[in-house]
Each structure stands twice: as structure tokens, then as C-alpha cells.
Design a binder for this molecule. Structure first.
Ligand code: INI
Length: 162
């Protein structure tokens, strides 16, 4: 079904990351997965024109610590966006729900409090197999998260001008 209605304003931000400062916060817990996410993220940074000199990588013990590092990066002026990379695997922990839930909540809190995009590139999976499948060459949450970060920076910039 098609309609003749045409909104006056339609904004679809681009994914040009040139000149953008991006920080990556990586959880060391399950680093056999987070290193794969980081590789995907780095590939995407290059594809979208982000300079190596504009990228900061910060390692933290686990997903639970990610929001604190993201906030410190932003309030101290280190980044235009933060991409959070982590892996919380249910099979390996009894406190999965606390770690995954608090990480997600913290990330959302930081981006809404600061007005700076903070991207949830944290895998929350039932098992290792699923985590491997979401951190491979064909399907990589790190890569997708960098693209999201760049789009959100451009979107917020566009909205702040219009
Ligand atoms: N941290 C993770 O990033 N992933 C996990 O799967 C995980 N498990 O299984 O417990 C995990 N725990 C550590 C947590 O993030 C904190 O580092 C720790 O609780 C200290 O605050």
C-alpha cells in the first residue's frame, strides 16, 4: 500500500566518520570474543573513514565496568562517541542477568545523561556458540556498532543544527 503523504522533514544521517573521535571500551572478560568484536570494529572504523589518530581503546575487567569507563571518556572530552564491546554468556555465570542488565542500563544512562552516543556492542548470549556466531567476519556486532556510532553522531549533529 502506498500513500501520497510526504513528511516535510526526513532525516537519514550518513555514515561518514571522517574527523570523528571514537573511543572503544572493551571488556577483558571473555576476551576470546571481545577481541573478535574489536577486530570487526577496527575494520569498520577504516571503512568509514575514521583516522587511527582519532581512536582510543580502553580495556576494562568486564561488562559491568563498561559504563563507568564510557562516562569518564565523555566527561573528560576524549570522544564524540563511545562503542562498548563486551560478551556476557549465560552458560558461564549465575549472575548473567545482573551483569548484562546493569551494563545495558548503565550504557543507556550515560548516553542520555551526556548527550553523546554510547553504543551497546555487548553480546548477551545463551552460549559460546552464539557469541562466536555474532563476532565473525559475516556477522560482527563490533562492526555494526561502529556504523551505528557514526550514524548517531551525524544524526545528533544534524538535529542540533536544524
Ligand atoms: N563479565 C563479562 O563481561 N561477561 C561475563 O560473562 C561475565 N560473567 O560471566 O560473570 C562477567 N563478569 C564480570 C563482571 O563484568 C565484572 O567485571 C565483575 O563482576 C567485577 O565487577
Amino acid at each position: 500500500m502506498s500513500s501520497n503523504f510526504r513528511a516535510a522533514n526526513s532525516i537519514d544521517a550518513d555514515v561518514d566518520g571522517s574527523g570523528m573521535r571514537i573511543a572503544l571500551v572493551c571488556g577483558r572478560f571473555n576476551d576470546h570474543i571481545t577481541n573478535r568484536l574489536l577486530e570487526g570494529a577496527e575494520n569498520a572504523l577504516a571503512v568509514h573513514g575514521v583516522s587511527e589518530s582519532d581512536v582510543t581503546i580502553v580495556w576494562v575487567p568486564g561488562a559491568y565496568e563498561v559504563p563507568m569507563a564510557a562516562k569518564a571518556l565523555i566527561v573528560n572530552g576524549h570522544a564524540d562517541a563511545v562503542v562498548c564491546l563486551g560478551a556476557v554468556i549465560r552458560g558461564e555465570t549465575s549472575h548473567y542477568d545482573f551483569v548484562a542488565g546493569e551494563c545495558a542500563r548503565g550504557i543507556q544512562d550515560v548516553q542520555l545523561e551526556t548527550g553523546t552516543p554510547v553504543i551497546f556492542g555487548v553480546l548477551t548470549t545463551e552460549n559460546l556458540e552464539q557469541a562466536l556466531a555474532r563476532s565473525c567476519d559475516d556477522d560482527n556486532k563490533g562492526e555494526e556498532s561502529v556504523r551505528t556510532a557514526i550514524e548517531m553522531v551525524n544524526l545528533v549533529r544534524t538535529l542540533s543544527r536544524s
